[in-house]
Design a protein around this ligand. Structure first.
Ligand code: HEM
Length: 190
């Protein structure tokens, strides 16, 4: 048992096989096609992205001040780089799949230009909120976190400047995630 549960990739593979069994089991009432698989993968990577955003905002950032100085390296040197790896690539895949869903359903341009009606504009609002959150991750949070975590060379002054920028961008994404998620689960376009 320990061999199975100790192997992350094996557990993910088992999960994937179970998902395929469920897809086959309900294929008559829920056809398996590009759209349904993209919705599923979009939600998976969206959960991973937002899950790590909530971990950072609810757990790591509020707790770090109370972590003894000699132990901080355990978070900044080992845990945080791994968090930001999955965080930024889950954000990328969530956006790519989200744009893919809208493109495949032929409402990408009307949704992003608000030239549709009703829930098409709602998913448009959700998509723009998600895109702003994505840009915050790749243009503000990650470049500044690289300085803070010492992944790239930075003076103490540069690190001191980077910290409030990274915090503001991360907290902005926390706030935007609430209306974004409401739009995502309420649009019901397919
Ligand atoms: C963290 C960010 C995001 C999360 C957690 C998320 C989550 C979701 C969820 C749960 C759904 C409903 C799935 C369903 O109805 O089967 C959804 C639908 C959708 N999402 Fe996202 N989403 C995110 C960001 C984005 C972004 C950035 C875009 C595009 C730029 C996007 C585009 C879409 C589209 C087009 C749909 C389909 C709407 C529908 O069929 O009703 N999403 N998303």
């Amino acid at each position: 048992m320990a061999k199975i549960f100790g192997n992350l990739h094996l557990v993910l593979l088992i999960g994937l096989l179970l998902a395929i069994i469920v897809m086959m089991w309900f294929v008559d009432s829920a056809p398996v096609d590009v759209n349904s698989v993209m919705h599923w993968l979009h939600t998976f990577f969206g959960v991973l992205w937002i899950g790590l955003l909530y971990y950072l905002n609810f757990v790591q950032v509020p707790t770090m001040p109370s972590v003894p100085a000699e132990l901080k390296k355990g978070v900044t040197g080992y845990i945080a780089p791994k968090v930001f790896f999955y965080f930024r690539y889950a954000a990328l895949l969530t956006v790519v799949l989200g744009l893919g869903i809208a493109g495949q359903q032929h409402y990408l341009v009307p949704a992003l230009t608000f030239s549709g009606a009703g829930n098409l504009n709602m998913i448009g609002v959700g998509m723009w909120l998600g895109i702003v959150m994505f840009l915050n991750v790749w243009l503000l949070i990650w470049p500044n976190q690289k300085k803070i975590l010492g992944i790239v060379e930075a003076t103490d002054e540069e690190k001191a400047k980077a910290t409030p920028i990274a915090l503001a961008a991360s907290r902005t994404n926390l706030a935007l995630s609430l209306p974004m998620l409401y739009c995502m689960v309420s649009a019901n376009l397919s």
